[in-house]
Design a protein around this ligand. Structure first.
Ligand code: PHB
Ligand code: FE
Length: 316
């Protein structure tokens, strides 16, 4: 329960190690030994829910230019004032390591207490109410959404289901022109379980979330993670491996910076059919004026993190 102070209901405060988290009407305030930072609560909740949904993702998830997490696959580093290129800020750098289930659990509690009834941190701004204001209900329904993680491919019996009006996924108004017909599959007798196809454009046209890649097909370590994007990627991703982007519809602009210093390296303007490879030494953030479909192709190999450490140690 949140605390009632006079006629306003306050939000709970949280601690993770020596980090303290507080929110008020407009801001999330984060403090640590020797420093403090505030960010708009919308941005904070949008970033945090993705970090949780992606199980801390690959590499680093910057919530903004000051705080974020780095995945150590089993443990998570939470850092503050990291990689500031302003020399004076470096002395304020602070980080701690936590077991993944521990930090994930507290992030979930923060999200649960700080998200008001009308705010959906996974929706596009045009599709949600505000996060600001004093405590007003909760949005368990939106927070409890399961991220799609197909075992083989969406639509295979027993695997993640296709979307339809009937199971609560209407076509998004930005995608009313998307053909909804499904492919016909003719299989040689005996191979019925080996061949599958579905209309990915129709599937994505019914996505109710933004900037949330979901695993739609899997071949060993190769994951196809398509997603629908609108407005601004709520985190800045500092990858620890290469990933490929294939622009399926509409347009996305990517701002690409040096992973360590944040120095601007490139702007990548992607139109339908464009393919780009994002290397492992950058951080990037996407911008989309209209809802756009993007295929993110990820390499889920567990050995990449070990290779990164071996490489780092060999320089020591
Ligand atoms: C990425 O950081 O590569 C990324 C994250 C979320 C998206 C798309 C791309 O929706
Ligand atoms: Fe990325």
């Amino acid at each position: 329960m949140s605390t009632d102070i006079g006629n306003v209901i306050e939000y709970f405060q949280f601690k993770i190690g020596a980090f303290e988290f507080k929110r008020d009407e407009y801001f999330a305030h984060i403090s640590w030994p020797g420093g403090a930072h505030s960010m708009p609560v919308e941005s904070f909740l949008r970033a945090m829910i993705r970090d949780v949904a992606w199980n801390f993702f690959y590499g680093t998830v910057f919530f903004d230019d000051t705080i974020g997490t780095t995945n150590q696959y089993g443990r998570v580093e939470f850092f503050a004032a990291r990689n500031r290129d302003v020399a004076g800020m470096m002395q304020h750098r602070y980080s701690e390591f936590f077991d993944t289930p521990y930090i994930k659990n507290i992030f979930q509690k923060i999200l649960d207490d700080w998200t008001n009834e009308e705010f959906d941190p996974l929706a596009a701004p045009r599709e949600t109410g505000r996060a600001s204001g004093w405590k007003n209900g909760n949005n368990h329904k939106s927070l409890m959404r399961e991220r799609v993680t197909a075992k083989r491919m969406v639509g295979i019996p027993g695997d993640a289901s296709l979307r339809s009006d009937l199971n609560g996924y209407p076509v998004n108004p930005h995608f009313k022109d998307v053909d909804q017909s499904e492919p016909k599959i003719f299989t040689k007798p005996g191979f019925e379980n080996c061949l599958h196809a579905f209309n990915l454009f129709a599937y994505l046209s019914r996505s109710d979330v933004t900037w949330n890649p979901s695993v739609c097909s899997v071949l060993r370590d190769s994951l196809f993670c398509p997603t629908t994007e609108e407005y601004i990627l709520p985190i800045i991703h500092g990858n620890d491996r290469m990933e490929w982007f294939i622009q399926l519809t509409d347009e996305i602009t990517w701002v690409v910076e040096d992973k360590e210093t944040g120095e601007l390296l490139a702007k990548v303007y992607m139109r339908p059919g464009d393919v780009s490879a994002m290397p492992a030494d950058i951080r990037h953030r996407g911008f989309a004026s209209k809802r756009a479909m993007l295929l993110v192709w990820e390499n889920a190999s567990l050995s990449i993190d070990k290779l990164n450490h071996t490489k780092m140690n060999s320089f020591e």
